[in-house]
Design a protein around this ligand. Structure first.
Ligand code: GUN
Length: 290
């Protein structure tokens, strides 16, 4: 039987509808949420993502404040901007688009974001809250993956999850969210040094690919009936493709996210959700997952 297509479009639309209602409620008490985006350099993919995020903000009524900096901006210039946005009462959320150009220290820039405005959930204080299972903003892509699974009633409790990729944006925080009390998955993080990756992947009830290698996950890597989540967005001659060989894998999996139309849209929707939560001054509401 062909796999169920887990439509990020459908789930993101549901999140965006909730967010729009919350923005309306805030706006009626004279607080229109403001999201500041900071983009450094000319990376075309980053420009596309930030444009899409600003468009999403406009759709739900969030005010967007955009700062474009030259690729040769200094560490200090970027940090000064982020600190001034952190101090600006008109800014509820701050997103610094990553990656920053080579030579810049991303951790130090993210460290200048007021943790209460950290709508990406990437400040070490907020990552610490995730580790400690305290409420806080959750990184958008992992939160989006959790939301897709819950939307489609796909259970994770007790399931074996294999996440391929150990980035601080996706792999590590997603592993923590899934293993958290209440979610209760058994999680393995695989990476470029993992031996017998294909065999390991085939043990997964839920397989997540987040490595940035086009169509790396083949049908033979997937246990029949497994759920496959594709976080990859790779620009190739064929257009956008994920980390999963979608056409083949959907013959084996019970459910799979497409690219485009899958997790990428959820990242943006969860950013909007985190921004309204930040505007309410409620970091525990950020990410939709406590
Ligand atoms: N670059 C790719 N994904 C993300 C994300 O979720 N947040 C930020 N800030 N940069 C990214």
């Amino acid at each position: 039987m062909a796999a169920l297509v887990l439509s990020g479009r459908e789930v993101a639309a549901a999140v965006m509808e909730e967010v729009a209602a919350e923005v309306d409620a805030l706006a009626s008490s004279d607080h229109v949420p403001g999201l500041a985006t900071v983009l450094v350099g000319e990376d075309p993919a980053s420009h596309t993502y930030v444009r899409a995020k600003r468009r999403d903000a406009a759709k739900v009524g969030i005010r967007s404040i955009h700062h474009q900096l030259d690729a040769d901006s200094s560490q200090e210039q970027i940090e000064d901007l982020v600190r001034s946005l952190s101090a600006d009462p008109g800014v509820d959320g701050i997103l610094v688009q990553l990656p920053l150009p080579r030579g810049l220290d991303e951790g130090r820039v993210v460290g200048c974001i007021d943790p209460g405005k950290d709508v990406d959930g990437l400040h070490t204080q907020n990552l610490g809250r995730l580790v400690a299972e305290l409420p806080g903003p959750r990184p958008c892509t992992p939160a989006g993956v959790m939301r897709i699974l819950s939307h489609y009633d796909l259970p994770i409790s007790g399931r074996r999850v294999v996440i391929i990729g150990r980035s601080f944006l996706v792999g590590k925080p997603l592993a923590l969210l899934m293993a958290t009390k209440g979610a209760d998955a058994t999680v393995t993080i695989a990476h470029s040094r993992t031996v017998e990756l294909e065999a390991l992947a085939r043990e997964a009830d839920i397989l997540v690919a987040a490595v940035g290698r086009p169509k790396m996950v083949k049908a033979t890597w997937v246990k029949p009936g497994a759920v496959v989540i594709d976080v990859g967005i790779n620009r190739t001659d064929e257009g956008l493709v994920g980390d999963v060989d979608y056409a083949e894998v959907k013959k084996v999996a019970s459910a799979v996210t497409p690219v485009p139309g899958g997790v990428g849209l959820m990242t943006r929707a969860m950013l909007m959700s985190n921004t309204v939560a930040a505007a309410r001054g409620n970091i525990s509401g950020m990410g939709g997952v406590s």
